[in-house]
Design a binder for this molecule. Structure first.
Ligand SMILES: Nc1ncnc2c1ncn2[C@@H]1O[C@H](COP(=O)(O)OP(=O)(O)OP(=O)(O)O)[C@@H](O)[C@H]1O
Length: 165
């Protein structure tokens, strides 16, 4: 039982990390919006299984880099609020990792979608296999995190308002 509780807690903490980044980092909100759009492209356009894998890998890379960037920013702010050369190096290199991942995602996106958007090549749904349902889990997950973040933030704001009244 303890083992399951440990696993459940690690999921909960990871979920809180994503929600924090989504609520506070403008770049993360942009990544989520673009990822949602690109996943819808994967669902409706005639992309192969390998292309879907490449697109999802690019999305995970960007979101992962942004999460690491947020963690490093928070750690640096915890250590010092004063200007420090090493703090600048830590934050700038973390930001560079996000930029690199984002550039990679743009290149993958252009290579995969450029000839499917114009002229429009739609997926034939009779051929859609189990992978279509796996891909559909992507936008559902994004929707879940956005709604959870919105509700949690609203609840927190209401609690804070009640506490100050
Ligand atoms: N304590 C510090 N010492 C030196 N330079 C800093 C410090 N804090 C921030 N900086 C500089 O300011 C830049 C922006 O830092 P900040 O913490 O505001 O990140 P941010 O703009 O919120 O990043 P993001 O948009 O990814 O959240 C850093 O990349 C760094 O160059």
């Amino acid at each position: 039982m303890r083992w399951f509780e440990g696993v459940r807690n690690s999921f909960r903490y990871a979920e809180e990390g994503v929600m924090y980044a989504l609520a506070t980092q403008r770049n993360m909100q942009i990544h989520f919006l673009l990822a949602f759009l690109v996943m819808i492209f994967c669902l409706v356009l005639d992309v192969s299984r390998l292309e879907v894998i490449l697109v999802f890998f690019a999305i995970i890379l960007v979101v992962g880099a942004e999460l690491a960037n947020t963690a490093i920013e928070s750690l640096v702010d915890l250590v010092t609020e004063d200007y420090h050369k090493l703090a600048k190096i830590a934050k700038d290199t973390a930001a560079a990792a996000v930029l690199l991942a984002a550039l990679h995602a743009v290149i993958v996106g252009l290579l995969v979608f450029h000839d499917k958007l114009w002229p429009l090549q739609l997926r034939t749904f009779s051929k859609a296999g189990v992978e279509w349902y796996l891909v559909a889990m992507g936008p559902v997950m994004i929707g879940y995190f956005v709604i959870r973040t919105f509700i949690t933030r609203k609840r927190r704001l209401n609690n804070e308002r009640r506490a100050t009244d």
